[in-house]
Design a protein around this ligand. Structure first.
Ligand code: IMP
Length: 468
C-alpha cells in the first residue's frame, strides 16, 4: 500500500505565473521539495519576515527548517552560481547543509556552455545561463564528439580526467569560435574549485528519493519554467531546453510515477511572456513582439516606458498595443532583474484547457485576478478573454503543433462583465462580486479543471482559497 503522496506543481502558460506563492500555501504537508528540470534560468525571491532570498537553483522549501531539498537528475547545475546562492542562504542564518542533495546524474554547466549561450542564445533571447548548450551536450553522448557532457558524480569520481575535459571543451570554443579573450586557466580553476565545494551535496544513491517516499515521506515537485516553454511541445525554437510538463517530474525527479497524487497548475489572469515566439492572445500582436525585443529587450525598460507615457492614457487608447503597454505598467510585468518589458496577452482559455488536459491538472490556481480591474480604464465593452481560435476561417479548439501555423491563428474574444470593485482586499470567495465568481465558474467549465484558489494581490495574504 502506498503511504506517501507525490504532488507536482507546474506553470500553465509562459512562466512567471507566481508558482512560488501557490507552493508556499501547501508545503507544510510535505517533507521533500525537489526540482526536476532546468537550472539557474529559473528564479524568484522568497520573503519571510524581513529576510529576502533570491532562489535560482535551490528548491523553494528552504524556509521550512526540516524540509529536505533535492535537485533531480533532469536538472543542469551551475556550481559557481549555486555556491553564491548557498552563501546568501547561509548568511541569512538559514541552515542548508545536511538536508540538501543533488543527484549525481545532473549535468554540470561548464564554462564553455555559458560562452556558447552568450553568442547563440541571443537568437531566441535565452537567459544566458548555458541551459541550451548543456542539454545539447548531454544529448550528444558521442565518445569522439569534440565537446563533452560532464555529470556531477563523474566529475567527483575522476576529478583529474574531467578537469582536463573542461579545459579541452573551453579550448575548443576558443579554436572553433574565435574566442580569444577567454582566460582558460582561470575559468577551469574556478569551475573546479566550485564543484569541489558542492561535493558535500552529492547524492550517489539513485534510490534515495524512491526509498524515502516508500517509507512515507511526502514529496513536492517544483516545476521550473512552464509548459509553453517545453522543449518538445513548446513553440520551438522559442523554448527552454528541458521538459517542463508534469510527467517530467518523475523522469527528472528520480521517483517512479506510482506515487503520483495530484497535479497543481498555476496560471495568471493576464498573461505575459518573455522572449520571442507565437503568443496568440498578445495585445498588439507582432507589433508588441517586435517592440519588446528591441535592443535585446532593453530599448523600453520600465523607467523608459514610464517616462514616455502615462498608463491611464495608454489604457484609454483604441489600440490593443497601447492597452497592453498600459497593463504592463500597472501590473508590473517587467523582468525582475533586467527590467525588460514582458509581452502582455489576454487570458487564453483555449491554451489553458489544452495544458490542463495534457498535464492532468487536478487543481487550478489563478493569480493576478485583481489586475482585470484595470480594464475599467479602457474603452473596451468588458474584460477580453480568448475563448476560441480561428485558422483559415475555420474554428479550431487547440493550438496547432506547427509554430508557423500557430502564428496564423486568430483569437476569438469574448467580453466578460467588468469588475467594478477593487477586489484586492477581499478575503473570502463567497463575498467577491458576482462578475468575479461568474468568470471563475466560466473558466472552470471551459478548461474542465477545478479552480481552487485565486490571487488578488502580490502579498502573501492576498490569496483566496475557494470552498472545496
Ligand atoms: P533558456 O531557458 O535560458 O535557454 O531561455 C529560453 C527561453 O525560455 C527564453 O525565451 C527565456 O526567456 C525563457 N525562460 C527561461 N526560463 C524562464 C523562466 O523561468 N520564466 C520565464 N521565461 C523563461
Amino acid at each position: 500500500m502506498i503511504k506517501a503522496k507525490s504532488t507536482v506543481l507546474i506553470g500553465l502558460q509562459y512562466g512567471d505565473e507566481g508558482k512560488a506563492r501557490v507552493m508556499d500555501t501547501m508545503l507544510k504537508d510535505y517533507q521533500i521539495v525537489a526540482r526536476f528540470n532546468g537550472g539557474a534560468n529559473a528564479g524568484h525571491t522568497l520573503q519571510v519576515g524581513n529576510i529576502n532570498i533570491a532562489l535560482h537553483q535551490v528548491p523553494s522549501g528552504i524556509f521550512y527548517k526540516d524540509m529536505m531539498l533535492y535537485i533531480g537528475s533532469g536538472c543542469v547545475v551551475n556550481p559557481k552560481k549555486l555556491l553564491e546562492e548557498i552563501k546568501e542562504i547561509k548568511s541569512n542564518g538559514v541552515k542548508i547543509d545536511g538536508r540538501f542533495f543533488i543527484s549525481g546524474y545532473v549535468t554540470l554547466i561548464q564554462p564553455h556552455h555559458l560562452l556558447f549561450d552568450e553568442i547563440y542564445g541571443k537568437d531566441i533571447g535565452s537567459t544566458k545561463n548555458g541551459i541550451g548548450p548543456a542539454y545539447a551536450d548531454r544529448a550528444m553522448r558521442a565518445k569522439r564528439s569534440e565537446i563533452k557532457n560532464i555529470r556531477f558524480a563523474d566529475y567527483i569520481y575522476n576529478n583529474k580526467k574531467f578537469k582536463k575535459m573542461v579545459r579541452d571543451n573551453l579550448a575548443h570554443m576558443e579554436e572553433k569560435h574565435g574566442m580569444t579573450e577567454v582566460d582558460i586557466d582561470k575559468q577551469v580553476d574556478e569551475f573546479d574549485k566550485s564543484v569541489m565545494l558542492i561535493k558535500k551535496y552529492l547524492c550517489k544513491d539513485p534510490l534515495m528519493i524512491e526509498s524515502l517516499v516508500e517509507k512515507g515521506k511526502n514529496i513536492f515537485f517544483e516545476g521550473a519554467q512552464s509548459v509553453m516553454l517545453d522543449v518538445v511541445t513548446g513553440a520551438t525554437p522559442f523554448v527552454t531546453s528541458s521538459r517542463t510538463i508534469a510527467a517530467a517530474a518523475y523522469t527528472g525527479g528520480d521517483l517512479s510515477n506510482r506515487y503520483h497524487y495530484k497535479t497543481i497548475g498555476v496560471a495568471k489572469a493576464i498573461m505575459s511572456r518573455v522572449g520571442n515566439g507565437p503568443f496568440i492572445s498578445e495585445l498588439g500582436g507582432e507589433k508588441s513582439e517586435n517592440y519588446c525585443a528591441e535592443e535585446g529587450g532593453f530599448a523600453h525598460i520600465k523607467e523608459k516606458e514610464y517616462a514616455d507615457a502615462k498608463p491611464e492614457d495608454l489604457l484609454a487608447s483604441k489600440e490593443f498595443f497601447d492597452i497592453g503597454k498600459g497593463l504592463r505598467m500597472l501590473t508590473g510585468e517587467y523582468g525582475a532583474t533586467t527590467k525588460r518589458p514582458r509581452r502582455i496577452g489576454m487570458l487564453d482559455l483555449v491554451m489553458l484547457r489544452q495544458n490542463c488536459k495534457l498535464n492532468g491538472v487536478d487543481e487550478l490556481y489563478i493569480n493576478k485576478l485583481d489586475c482585470l480591474v484595470q480594464f475599467n480604464k479602457t474603452r473596451l465593452p468588458g474584460i477580453p478573454i480568448v475563448v476560441g481560435y480561428k485558422l483559415d476561417g475555420r474554428k479550431i479548439d487547440y493550438m496547432p503543433t506547427s509554430v508557423d501555423e500557430a502564428r496564423e491563428v486568430k483569437p476569438i474574444i469574448k467580453y466578460f462583465p467588468l469588475i467594478k470593485e477593487d477586489i484586492s482586499l477581499f478575503k473570502e470567495y463567497d463575498k467577491l462580486p458576482a462578475e468575479v465568481k461568474g468568470l471563475v465558474e466560466f473558466i472552470e467549465k471551459f478548461v474542465e479543471a477545478k479552480v481552487c484558489g485565486i490571487g488578488v494581490g502580490p502579498e502573501r495574504e492576498q490569496f483566496i482559497l475557494l470552498p472545496a
